[in-house]
Design a protein. Structure first.
Length: 279
């Protein structure tokens, strides 16, 4: 590849990531300005899903920043996954142009997949090569758990140097280099700890979202059970009223027959007397 072309492409990728960060901050400020201050009112607001999607994108950007930018700032590589930048732009434009977007996990499914694959590949395949080029890579590897190199420790070397009355310049230079390499290793450890904390926070947020969904589903099931109980009660009342009306109509039908028979029984002795008188 032409070196000049390579530098231009690297510059475009780095600038693209910085621009998408600024564009996300602008979108998030606009949405937050329209949301109410109370958390309970934000959940029922029309921009609640917009805020959830932008918060998830912010988490992804922070993870990408911690994964790539420390090596980008050291001029060891550029922001490699350009497809991730395109996908973030697509999500942000969708949020700005849609009044009722889908849920966050549906909109961000593709972004999460490709960003996770990019970070995993970078950590597994590319970072070991770049760590060799970092200053003080031997000390950082020792701090990360590789077997220690036999020899006097830094503290012992320091004590020996200060115990001498006239330390040589070479020893002082070695001591300064040792201090620099130790500081670089501590910096790497701090960055990795911050990455782990961010991942833990993301997992905790996902657990909170799942608990919220479970609570909502439990409430919906309770409401449905109450509606079913009400429908059963109404059905029981209708059946009881239908049985009562049918029994009342049967009694009304039998009463005229009984009256007719009683009238015939009364008239029968009168008829017999008339027949006797005629004879």
């Amino acid at each position: 590849v032409c070196k000049r072309m390579d530098l231009v492409c690297q510059r475009m990728l780095n600038q693209g990531f910085l621009k998408v960060e600024r564009y996300h901050n602008l979108c998030q400020k606009q949405v937050k300005a329209q949301l109410p201050r109370r958390e309970s009112e934000r959940r029922n607001h029309s921009l609640a899903r917009h805020a959830d999607i932008l918060a998830a994108v912010e988490t992804r950007l922070s993870l990408l920043n911690m994964t790539f930018m420390k090596y980008v700032d050291s001029n060891l590589c550029c922001f490699i996954p350009g497809k991730v930048i395109d996908e973030i732009y697509r999500v942000l434009r969708y949020v700005n142009s849609t009044r009722a977007p889908q849920r966050a996990h549906e909109v961000l499914q593709e972004l999460r997949d490709i960003s996770s694959m990019a970070m995993e590949y970078f950590d597994e395949k590319i970072v070991p090569i770049l760590k060799r080029k970092l200053p003080g890579s031997d000390v950082s590897g020792r701090l990360m758990g590789s077997p220690p190199v036999p020899g006097p420790s830094a503290a012992l070397t320091t004590m020996q140097l200060f115990s001498k009355q006239n330390p040589s310049r070479q020893e002082v230079t070695k001591l300064q280099q040792q201090v620099k390499t130790n500081g670089a290793g501590v910096t790497v450890l701090r960055r990795e700890i911050s990455e782990l904390r961010t991942k833990v926070q993301e997992q905790q947020k996902q657990l909170q979202d799942q608990d919220q969904k479970l609570l909502e589903q439990t409430q919906i099931i309770g409401e449905q059970n109450a509606r079913l109980a009400e429908l059963e009660r109404k059905l029981r009342e209708v059946m009881e009223s239908a049985v009562g009306t049918s029994s009342g109509s049967g009694q009304n039908e039998e009463s005229p027959r009984k009256r007719k028979k009683a009238a015939e029984a009364r008239d029968s002795p009168r008829k017999s007397k008339r027949l006797r008188n005629r004879k």
